[in-house]
Design a protein around this ligand. Structure first.
Ligand code: ZN
Ligand code: ZN
Length: 121
């Protein structure tokens, strides 16, 4: 019983630590993190790095976190959403948008491209 309580205590301690770490990132740092992951993804895929624009929610009428403009090779990100994403989610978003350079749709091929990029070194 005592062990269970300790387990619980550690769980919440870690959760608080995680939340603090997450919230300690400023928006500027989040933007830099996103750019870093986009760069990393592009290097893995061997494509040129797209322009990255940060907009507020009005630019995203469909409620998406970001999107890719293939004609302009440009990624737009909702900075209001970026404020609340965990680092892992910021990375996912970066790889998601870069994967759109290859596939416009969210089909099976799209998710495979994204996943392969994230899993490779
Ligand atoms: Zn998408
Ligand atoms: Zn846009």
């Amino acid at each position: 019983m005592k062990e269970k309580n300790l387990e619980k205590e550690n769980y919440f301690k870690n959760l608080i630590k995680e939340l603090k770490t997450n919230n300690m990132l400023t928006l500027g740092e989040r933007k830099e993190l996103f750019k870093t992951y986009v760069k990393e993804a592009c290097q893995k895929f061997k494509i040129s790095i797209p322009y990255i624009n940060f907009y507020t929610i009005e630019h995203f009428p469909d409620g998406e976190d970001g999107h890719f403009h293939p004609d302009e090779c440009k990624i737009c990100v909702d900075e209001d959403k970026l404020k609340y994403l965990k680092e892992e989610k910021i990375k996912e978003l970066a790889y998601h948008e870069v994967a759109h350079a290859f596939r416009g749709d969210h089909d099976k091929d799209f998710w495979n491209i994204m996943k392969n990029g994230m899993d490779s070194d």
